[in-house]
Design a protein around this ligand. Sequence first.
Ligand SMILES: N[C@@H](CCC(=O)N[C@@H](CS)C(=O)NCC(=O)O)C(=O)O
Length: 324
Amino acid sequence: MGQLVEGVWKDEWYDTDSTGGEFKRDTSKFRNWVTADGRAGPTGEGGFAAASGRYYLYVSHACPWAHRTMIFRALKGLEEHIDVSVVHPEMLKEGWEFRTDFDGATGDRQFGLDYLRQVYLKTDPKMSGRVTVPILWDRETGRIVSNESADIIRMFNSAFDAVTGNRDDYWPEALRDRIAEVNDRVYDTVNNGVYKAGFATSQEAYDKAVHPLFDSLDWIEGLLAYHRYLTGDRITEADWRLFTTILRFDAVYHTHFKCNRQRVIDYPNLWAWARELYQWPGVAGTVHADHFTRHYYFSHDMINPNRIIPIGPRIDWTEPHNRG
Ligand SMILES: N[C@@H](CCC(=O)N[C@@H](CS)C(=O)NCC(=O)O)C(=O)O
């Protein structure tokens, strides 16, 4: 675990001393957008027109943020148009590495690099900041387009429609306000909430994160009693953004991040919704539970110094969801 400081790698854990024990997530640095015609998107510069084979993804199968991009790549028929390299699940002193001694860790299939930070340094040799997945890379200009998963899934949702012919829409105009409301709460209290609870280094910081997390799971359980999906009767990006956290919850966050008031399987509506999403065509193939158990239990020395991976839980994601 570490970060780049003016292009130099510094191996250090997150600073929680200056924040009363609270984990504060950095904002993503590269915020350009691929668009259908190359015009600039909501942030950053233009010049990134959608095309088959031009863009490349770097992901970890462990990471819930990167997983969103892999789900959208599958849902939108982008697999043959956007190739991928997968980092090794252990994130140790050198940060994300391209070692291949773990099933499904592909190495860097573009450049043969050893470390993910070298991909960042190719774009900005003096970069300061965290070396995170996912990264969307442009092969034509030889630089990073974006390292923000929320933006990348929006690009995948529509920018490549003329390339793929797939017009499925997970960000429909009529639901955008509601999607934004749900996303805001889910991001702060659930997606990031599990990290805030898990990386807290004071009881106060943990309490401040864990209560809103379970308040939100209770709220979602209520929403799903009335609607099939988070924002109504049609699945949207709000569902997929929540799903990658829920998928890891009982196996990792419940134990490793001390989010143990309840498990997902204790919430009947949430658990059935989660199985439906898991069973959605194309999605199960993006799930690599061995990568996420290995990643979390191995990579956080201060939380699990002996790297013991716990046995459970025994969960059947293929059990019929019986929702209709
Ligand atoms: N805002 C980013 C966050 C990505 C992120 O934090 N990824 C984690 C893995 S789950 C990471 O690479 N962390 C490395 C680090 O913080 O040094 C996104 O959503 O794309």
